[in-house]
Design a binder for this molecule. Structure first.
Ligand code: NAI
Length: 309
C-alpha cells in the first residue's frame, strides 16, 4: 500500500499491536489470522476458561493449516504452530490489555449496550492514536461508536465464519470515520491476507443485506409448500452455482442468529418490512431449540461424525 513506508508524508496509524475482545468463534479466528501475519495480538475475554476455549479453537485450526502447509514435515508443523502462538498474549484485564493497542477489534456478544459499555471503558485507557472497530453483524457501527470520543477513529471490520478460511472483510465507514482510519483498516485487512471491500454503515452491510432476505424467501417457498428444503438447496447449488444451498447455510449460521438479525432489522425499520416479516417455521424451530448444526438439528438433522443426514 502507498502509505506503508515511514517516509510517506501521509501517515495513518501503522498498526502493529492488535487487541481482540472476545475469544469465541469469531474472536479466536481473528486472533489466529492476525498472529499468523506477524501482528502482536492480545486476546481478551472475561475469564481464563473462556480464554482457554479460544486457545483451543486456535490450536485445532492451526493444526489443520500447518498440515496443509507442511504436509510431510511434522517438525515444521510444530514450529509454525509455536511461532504463531508466540505472537499471542491472553488477558482478562480489559484496561491493561488496551494500553499498547494500535487497533482494538471487538467480537463480544451481539448486544449494543454491552459493546457500548466496553468501548466507553476502553476509550479512556487506550492510546490516543488507537483505532477501534467492531465485528458486529447486525448492529449499527455509528451507534456503538457514539459511546466513545473517537468516532473519527471508529469503524467496522466484519469478518466471516470461519475466519481463517473466508477471504472477505467488509470495512464499514460511518459518516464520522476519517480517511486515515479507513485507510489503516484497509491496510490491516490486506496485511492479514484478506480482501477488503468498503461499505457504508447500513443494515447487514453488503453480504448479509443480500443473504438474509434470500434465506427468508427460501423458507417462504417451503412454507407455501412449493418445494422442499432439499430441492431448494439442490436448485441453488446446481442452478446458481452457490457452494451451499440456503437451508444448509441457515443451519451453518444458526437459526437463532438469523432470527435475531431479522427481528432486529424489523424493529429498526430501515429494511423493507416485507423482506423481514416473521416466518412461523423459523420461529417454531428456534423455540424448540432446533438451531442448526450446533444443536444437532435444524432444517436438517446432524448426527455424529457423518454430518448431514
Ligand atoms: P461467541 O459467543 O462465540 O463469543 C463471544 C465471546 O465474547 C465469548 O467468549 C464471551 O465470553 C466474550 N465476551 C462477552 N462479553 C465480553 C466482554 N465484555 N469482554 C470480553 N469478552 C467478552 O460469539 P461469536 O459468534 O464469536 O460472535 C462475536 C461477534 O461477532 C458478534 O458481534 C457477532 O455478531 C459477530 N459475528 C459473528 C459471526 C458468526 O458467524 N458467528 C460472523 C460475523 C460476525
Amino acid at each position: 500500500a502507498a502509505f506503508s513506508t515511514s517516509s510517506s508524508a501521509y501517515a495513518p496509524v501503522n498498526v502493529k499491536n492488535i487487541t481482540v475482545f472476545g475469544s469465541g468463534l469469531m474472536g479466536a479466528g481473528i486472533v489466529q489470522v492476525a498472529a499468523q501475519n506477524a501482528f502482536n495480538v492480545t486476546m481478551v475475554d472475561l475469564n481464563p476458561e473462556a480464554l482457554k476455549k479460544g486457545q483451543d479453537i486456535i490450536n485445532s485450526s492451526l493444526k489443520r493449516v500447518a498440515k496443509k502447509q507442511f504436509p510431510e514435515d511434522e517438525g515444521k508443523q510444530k514450529e509454525f504452530i509455536e511461532k504463531t502462538f508466540a505472537q499471542i498474549k491472553t488477558s482478562s484485564d480489559a484496561e491493561a490489555a488496551s494500553k499498547d493497542a494500535d487497533l482494538i477489534i471487538e467480537a463480544i456478544v451481539e448486544n449494543l449496550t454491552a459493546k457500548q459499555q466496553l468501548f466507553s471503558r476502553l476509550d479512556k485507557v487506550a492510546p490516543e492514536h488507537a483505532l477501534f472497530c467492531s465485528n458486529t453483524s447486525s448492529l449499527p457501527i455509528g451507534e456503538i461508536a457514539k459511546a466513545t470520543k473517537r468516532e473519527d477513529r471508529f469503524g467496522g471490520l466484519h469478518f466471516f465464519n470461519p475466519v481463517p478460511q473466508m477471504k472477505l472483510v467488509e470495512v464499514i465507514r460511518t459518516s464520522e470515520t476519517s480517511q486515515d482510519s479507513f485507510d489503516a483498516f484497509m491496510d490491516v485487512c490486506t496485511r492479514m491476507k484478506k480482501t477488503p471491500i468498503s461499505c457504508k454503515d447500513t443494515p447487514g452491510f453488503v453480504v448479509n443485506r443480500l443473504l438474509v432476505p434470500y434465506m427468508m424467501e427460501s423458507i417462504r417457498i417451503v412454507e407455501r409448500g412449493e418445494a422442499t428444503p432439499q430441492d431448494v438447496d439442490t436448485a441453488m447449488k446446481l442452478g446458481a452455482g452457490f457452494p451451499m444451498g440456503p437451508f444448509e447455510l441457515l443451519d451453518f449460521v444458526g437459526l437463532d442468529t438469523t432470527k435475531f438479525i431479522v427481528d432486529g432489522w424489523r424493529k429498526e425499520g430501515k429494511v423493507d418490512a416485507n423482506l423481514v416479516a416473521p416466518i412461523k417455521i423459523l420461529d417454531d424451530l428456534v423455540a424448540k431449540g432446533h438451531l442448526g448444526r450446533k444443536s444437532g438439528q435444524g432444517f436438517y438433522s446432524y448426527q455424529g461424525v457423518g454430518g448431514k443426514k
